[in-house]
Design a protein around this ligand. Structure first.
Ligand SMILES: [Zn+2]
Length: 114
């Protein structure tokens, strides 16, 4: 599977969250090994994600909350975290997401035919 730089940076989020197929992960990893631009991009991306996860992981006053309240709180903080993250990295990734899904679909289809 051939990966170009745009695709790699576009699906960095999925790569980071390990939601990609093993084939796609392997392809990205080998691209990162040979491409300094994407390497730098992904390192920065991962650093931003890590920082946010650390800073904003919710600290819950365990005894005061019911299970339902906890879940609602976690859900809300996750939503806020995502929104803040997109503000930081800009909206280009989000804009590209649609075309990325299409590209991945095409890649997967192409792969099956081989
Ligand atoms: Zn690249």
């Amino acid at each position: 599977m051939n990966m170009n730089c745009k695709l790699v940076t576009d699906i960095a989020e999925m790569y980071y969250e390990k939601t990609l197929s093993p084939e796609a992960r392997t392809a990205i990893r080998s691209h990162l090994r040979g491409c300094r631009n994407c390497q730098a991009y992904y390192r920065q991306y991962a650093a931003v994600r890590k920082q946010h996860t650390r800073q904003e992981s919710p600290v819950l006053p365990e005894s005061d909350l019911t299970e339902m309240e906890k879940r609602a709180y976690l859900h809300l903080s996750e939503k806020l975290r995502r929104r803040r993250f997109w503000n930081i990295v800009g909206t280009s990734a989000a804009i590209g997401a649609g075309s990325v899904m299409l590209t991945i679909g095409l890649l997967l289809t192409h792969k099956k035919e081989n």
